[in-house]
Design a protein around this ligand. Structure first.
Ligand code: ATP
Ligand code: MG
Length: 424
């Protein structure tokens, strides 16, 4: 099968388009985002949950909707060796809802979950948009009260604030009303867009019959012009929907969470109602939404569960990581440098002793003292412990302060305490 390949024409192996390796500095940023989010979510009573990265395709196709871009174009779907149709998860909410059902948790509401992990969508890769990307997210399931919407938005704002990115974000807020308001609005939109159907993009013409609200979210320039003249949702909201939205806004005002109303804001997925929101930044070009969510009262019944109102959001870790200020570097290590082969074993023993005391230690594998000192520089070491045969035979080691350029002798059996004292 590979007979045509030899070393000169064998293609270099690349990561799949839209995926990326997270080298240590980037991974460090990702970890800061996920860890900060998890810690703050815990102070709001949200516990971390992890679901599999693939599910039966139906888990996503039923609630997200066959007509959405996510399911019709973006999902990584495959038939496995047992003949089941499986999909890599494009988002977390449907999977968490499935987990609530599978684990019989529907009676234990309110349920408050935090998650973070990879998601997969076959999109056109660009800055801030990948085919494997990572999300943090929260789901609050059970409460129908606007208090829950406000709390979930406040949690998102709190995390962005702690990450230092809230100041470069605007919170956009809208209501999608309850289902009867949405039906009335939908009819008005269909009537309006039908008048302009010839000028709509192909995608939007497609959405006109299946999911007209999504046209409002179109990124096509021509569509945007038509959308600008579309009827606003306001006129179609019933009293119940208006009261709910007013209550959410009252709570955001109370918490001094600033927002702008965006009547064109719709969420990409089908199962949303009432509150919809996005934290958007101008610092990342067109991939500006860093965190978005809303109320999804309709989801549970769509996957065969009971009525269960819920509200949540998901944030893009890659986009948040790009906005972070430079993260603090890893702790500066101590390097242990054996001089001559005979001190190798002593070096390994000392290294482990220090590591077990919680000190970061780098032990080189080969080379003379000069080469090892170069390595010490490269890893930005703070101290070097030099183990010479003569010193060791006297029960001593040399401690070199690499910043000051000075050195002292320490008793071998005092090294650990001495270093801890110096570093404290
Ligand atoms: P967009 O309008 O940017 O496509 P979306 O509405 O599809 O976003 P959601 O499904 O709400 O996004 O996902 C929540 C967040 O996850 C987004 O706000 C964004 O920060 C991030 N996100 C979504 N898709 C991608 C992707 N392909 N690559 C990187 N991050 C993404
Ligand atoms: Mg999208």
């Amino acid at each position: 099968m590979f007979s045509g390949l030899n070393e000169s024409n064998m293609a270099e192996l690349q990561a799949v388009r839209g995926t990326q390796d997270l080298l240590p500095e980037e991974q460090r940023r990702h970890r800061i985002v996920a860890e900060t989010a998890r810690q703050i979510a815990e102070t709001y009573g949200f516990q971390e949950i992890a679901t599999p990265i693939f599910e039966f395709t139906e888990v996503f196709s039923r609630p997200i909707g066959e007509a959405t871009d996510v399911v019709s174009k973006e999902m990584y779907t495959f038939v496995d060796r047992s003949g089941d149709s499986l999909s890599l998860r494009p988002e977390g909410t449907a999977a968490v809802a499935r987990a609530v059902l599978s684990n019989g948790l529907t009676q234990s509401t309110p349920l408050k979950f935090f998650y973070s992990g990879p998601m997969f969508r076959h999109e056109r890769p660009q800055k801030g948009r990948y085919r494997q990307f990572h999300q943090i997210g929260v789901e609050l399931m059970g409460p129908a009260q606007p208090q829950a919407d406000a709390e979930v938005i406040a949690l998102g704002a709190h995390i962005l604030e702690r990450l230092g990115v809230l100041k470069s974000c605007i919170l956009e807020l809208n209501t999608l009303g309850d289902s009867s308001s949405r039906q009335a609005y939908r009819a008005a939109l269909v009537a309006y867009f039908t008048q302009h159907v010839a000028a709509l993009s192909e995608d939007s013409r497609d959405r006109l019959t299946r999911n007209p609200l999504r046209i409002l979210d179109s990124k096509d320039a021509g569509d945007k012009e038509i959308v600008a003249g579309a009827p606003a949702f306001d006129a179609y909201l019933n009293d119940e929907s208006k009261t709910f939205f007013a209550a959410v806004r009252q709570r955001l005002d109370l918490l001094k969470i600033e927002y702008t109303l965006n009547p064109r804001l719709v969420r990409g997925l089908d199962y949303y109602s009432h509150t919809a929101f996005e934290f958007v930044t101008t610092a990342l070009g067109s991939q500006g939404t860093v965190l978005g969510g809303g109320r999804y009262d309709g989801l549970m019944p769509m996957i065969g569960g009971p009525e269960m109102p819920a509200v949540g959001w998901a944030g893009g870790i890659e986009r948040l990581a790009m906005l972070l200020e430079a993260p603090s570097p890893p702790p500066r290590p101590i390097v242990v440098i054996p001089v001559g082969d005979a001190t190798d074993l002593a070096a390994l023993a000392l290294t482990q002793e220090l590591r077990h005391a919680g000190l970061p230690v780098d032990l080189g594998y080969s080379g003379n003292v000069t080469k090892r000192m170069k390595r010490a520089n490269k890893v930005n070491a703070r101290f070097a412990l030099v183990l010479g045969e003569e010193e060791l035979s006297r029960g001593a080691v040399v401690l070199r302060d690499l910043d000051a350029g000075t050195q002292t002798e320490l008793a071998r059996d005092q090294v650990c305490q001495s270093l801890q004292a110096i570093l404290a």
